[in-house]
Design a protein around this ligand. Structure first.
Ligand code: RB5
Length: 146
């Protein structure tokens, strides 16, 4: 399982914490930046992370900005992306089990590094349940294709 990770300037430090965890946990990842706290526009980072997930280069993405809101909005404009903004582990778990989320968004100004790492693990360790949830996702795909 390979994970695409990206942040804007506001999310940079939390991204570094998340990457430190992924490295320690020996989870393969690709860092799509940013590499400093210099100001950038979050859609410019959401796009390559979304593309990496869409293309199959990476199985999941993690996007971090100040609130996680901009990143989740931007990522969800990309076809096939189901980005879930999570600030606790229950939502992260359900975003995978019910929504087959393929990108986790978090807010560095909202969520501290310890909780963020628990959220990441809840997200990555949960399988999609399928069944009735697949029917609902199929309806979202119909909307997406309009
Ligand atoms: C940057 O100041 C901030 O607007 C951004 O990181 C994010 O929170 C947007 O949703």
């Amino acid at each position: 399982m390979k994970i695409a990770v990206g942040s804007d300037h506001a999310g940079f430090l939390l991204k570094e914490s998340v990457i430190g965890h992924l490295r320690a946990a020996e989870r393969p990842y690709r860092d799509f930046g940013v590499l400093s706290e210099d100001s950038v526009d979050y859609p410019d980072i959401a796009a390559p992370v979304a593309d990496a997930v869409r293309s199959g280069e990476c199985d999941f993405g993690i996007l971090i900005c100040g609130t996680g809101i901009g990143m989740s909005i931007a990522a969800n404009k990309h076809k096939g992306i189901r980005a879930a903004l999570c600030g606790e582990t229950y939502s992260a778990h359900c975003s995978r089990e019910h929504n087959d989320a393929n990108i986790l968004a978090m807010g560095s100004r909202v969520t501290g590094p310890g909780l963020a790492i628990d959220i990441v693990e809840a997200f990555l360790n949960t399988l999609f349940a399928g069944g009735r949830h697949s029917r609902r996702l199929d309806k979202i795909t119909v909307i997406e294709n309009k």
